[in-house]
Design a protein around this ligand. Structure first.
Ligand SMILES: Cc1cc2nc3c(=O)[nH]c(=O)nc-3n(C[C@H](O)[C@H](O)[C@H](O)COP(=O)(O)O)c2cc1C
Length: 145
């Protein structure tokens, strides 16, 4: 299995989440490409079994512009998108928490639950990441290759 983890991170939380997901997948013998949105060359989703897409949430629940550009760059709605996000409930409580990730999953009609992480995934939330990933991998709903 080959996946790409595309993510945007300013202060490191989404980067850490992407790296943790990569670590777990690599241990399961999955081939993983990491894609830094806005920095690396465009990807072709068709080359992957899954595209993991990670974003933080910006002011008042908005999606960062770089992630919007990534969505436009992809140009269609692949059915193999799995979305994760980091956020902070101090910025507007549950209603705005990780809203960018939730909106993206809706946009892509992703059949997978969205992983939402409060700030850094390290420590107590690592278990959440592992359990989410286990569920996602056992529940393959769309394979493009
Ligand atoms: C100006 C600003 C606005 C933010 N607004 C939200 C928000 O509406 N909802 C949310 O869940 N998190 C919000 N956050 C928190 C970030 O999404 C959170 O810290 C995230 O983990 C940052 O990701 P990064 O470390 O990968 O850059 C905001 C942070 C900043 C600095």
């Amino acid at each position: 299995m080959k996946v790409v983890i595309a993510y945007l991170s300013y202060s490191g939380n989404t980067n850490e989440t992407a790296e943790l997901i990569a670590e777990i997948l690599i241990n399961e013998d999955v081939e993983v490409d990491l894609h830094r949105i806005g920095i690396d060359l465009p990807i072709n989703p068709e080359q992957y079994d899954y595209v993991f897409l990670g974003t933080f949430t910006w002011e008042r629940g908005s999606t960062p512009d770089e992630v919007k550009d990534f969505v436009l760059e992809i140009g269609y709605k692949p059915c193999n998108m799995i979305v994760f996000g980091t956020g902070d409930t101090q910025f507007g409580g549950d209603n705005l928490f990780c809203l960018a990730a939730k909106k993206l999953a809706k946009f892509y009609n992703s059949p997978y639950p969205v992983l939402t992480i409060e700030q850094s995934p390290r420590g107590s939330q690592e278990k959440k990441v592992r359990e989410w990933l286990e569920g996602v991998l056992h529940d393959a709903k769309c394979v493009t290759k």
